[in-house]
Design a protein around this ligand. Structure first.
Ligand SMILES: *[C@@H]1O[C@H](CO)[C@@H](O)[C@H](O)[C@H]1NC(C)=O
Ligand SMILES: [Cu+2]
Length: 482
């Protein structure tokens, strides 16, 4: 019994070591965290889960790699609800960061009405955009930069008046750092939701994904490195759908839909969630055989949990394992009445996360329109702590500075210096060489290069070198950051 519980843990730990870029990893509905990966389609391979979508022509564009396959859960949202999307640089650790600062570009949120949020593949026609933002000229920031300011969170309101039913909700980021070289990098994932609404509206015109955007369009080949950017930025995709004003009547939240959600609900006897898996309480027992039966059934669920854990991790499986171990211990001690703590909710208490207010609805072309003042103010940085916090390993100073070798791979630390390297002379706090502000100012590590006052506009070249380079291991911590 013990063996079967440990083997999958080790397998997963090994698999979840290296990441880069970003992933839509958690959905919040009116501020309520839905759980790591819960109701979200995401790539199954944790090693590549944060990579951009490989091709703009592929079915991956709809809901990401492996996104044509639905997950077991569907989250409930109301007409007018605020949805917040959490992006993570490390899918199983929200406290590390959201997306590399080099990944500058626009964001958008798309919806598609479907007959089944679980069975619909997401690809094809039916998509409409409910919000987008490109470059905010007054703030001098791209949408992705604001996302970083908001600790990886993006909030939008579900339009009121939409037909109730199942939807796929698709937040999208586009990183433009290599767009001028023919490599626009899209990040998209889908949340499966039930929209509780008695509205009747749906947009007349929708687009197909893939198909709504292509290479060599103004939006996807835009050069962010020009001394003077060709603003306004031409947003990719269709214009934003705005419901007709007649839809916005009264308090939609009080007008509950006649229909009820039937698919993707958490079972009522679920006592813990991990991603889209639910731990189901075991039947009561009061003899030896029943006890060991319960133990077997418990470990079988544990295996299922690990086998289905998304890249966001398996902290819930670990908690469930504790329950199985408890049952085992009790059976061994001839205490055959159980299960212990029957129907006790085992989900950890979720710490409050400060989320940005919903962005103002936009009409038309996606050029910036100011959000509410609440959204503009910087949020506090309260984060729920993950059970699997990766150790941030400080780059140790060299024991002998004469032993420094010049970086040949763009990394620095552990005896490797940026000074004299082709990547730039500054070593960033994350252990990468460069010569822009992001490498040479705050956090710059003077032990492995020079710091300050030499900002050059050559980070473009740098990012090119690092294009999709997998994170390099430095002092036990793997990161892909400046
Ligand atoms: C234990 O499991 C076996 C095999 O599934 C079953 O035949 C038996 O009835 C179970 N016993 C109890 C007490 O639940
Ligand atoms: Cu990237």
């Amino acid at each position: 019994m013990k063996i079967s519980s440990i083997a999958p843990v080790l397998a997963l730990m090994a698999a979840q070591s290296v990441n880069a870029h970003t992933l839509f990893a958690e959905l919040y509905v009116d501020g309520q965290a839905q759980g790591d990966g819960t109701c979200i389609r995401m790539p199954s391979d944790p090693n590549t889960a944060t990579n951009p979508i490989p091709s703009l022509d592929s079915s991956d564009m709809a809901c990401g790699v492996d996104g044509t396959k639905g997950v077991a859960r569907v989250c409930s949202v109301d007409s007018g609800s605020t949805l917040s999307f959490e992006y993570r640089d490390w899918p199983d650790n929200p406290s590390v960061g959201s997306i590399d600062i080099s990944h500058k570009g626009p964001c958008a949120v798309y919806l598609k009405k479907v007959s089944s949020a679980i069975d619909d593949e997401g690809t094809g026609d039916g998509w409409f955009k409910i919000w987008n933002e490109g470059y905010d000229e007054s703030a001098g920031k791209w949408c992705t930069e604001k996302l970083i300011d908001n600790n990886g969170h993006l909030s939008v309101k579900v339009p009121e008046g939409l037909q109730g039913g199942y939807y796929l909700i698709r937040p999208e980021l586009l990183a433009l750092h290599n767009a001028d070289k023919g490599d626009p990098q899209f990040y998209a994932g889908c949340a499966q939701v039930w929209l509780n609404s008695d509205g009747t509206q749906l947009p007349q015109s929708t687009v197909s994904i893939p198909g709504y955007v292509d290479y060599n369009q103004p939006a996807t080949s835009f050069n962010i490195w020009n001394e003077k950017m060709a603003l306004p930025y031409p947003m990719p995709g269709p214009s934003v759908y705005t419901p007709s004003s007649s839809a916005k009547v009264g308090n939609q939240k009080l007008r509950v839909s006649q229909q009820k959600q039937t698919e993707g609900l958490a079972p009522s006897n679920s006592i813990i969630t991990n991603g889209n898996w639910n731990g189901i309480e075991l039947a009561r027992y009061n003899d030896q055989e029943g006890c060991w039966n319960a133990s077997t059934a418990c470990w079988a669920q544990s295996k299922e949990c690990y086998d289905t854990a998304p890249p966001t991790g398996h902290s819930g499986c670990k908690i469930w394992e504790g329950k199985c171990q408890d049952i085992n211990d009790q059976c061994s001690a001839s205490n055959y009445k159980g299960p212990p703590n029957y129907m006790k909710n085992l989900n950890p208490v979720v710490k409050q996360v400060k989320l940005p207010a919903a962005e103002a609805a936009q009409t038309g072309d996606g050029s910036y329109s100011p959000a509410s003042s609440a959204a503009a103010s910087k949020p506090a940085t309260t984060f729920k702590t993950s059970a699997l916090v990766a150790k941030a390993t400080a780059v140790a100073p060299p024991s002998n500075s004469n032993a420094l070798t010049v970086s040949t791979e763009g990394n620095c630390g552990n005896g490797v210096t940026c000074k004299g390297s082709s990547f730039g002379d500054c070593c960033s706090s994350h252990g990468y060489c460069g010569s822009s502000d992001q490498y040479c100012s705050a956090g710059c590590n003077s032990a492995f290069g020079t710091c300050g006052g030499q900002y050059k506009r050559d980070e473009h070249n740098h990012m090119h070198v690092h294009k999709h380079k997998r994170a390099v291991r430095i002092g036990g911590d793997a990161r892909m950051m400046p």
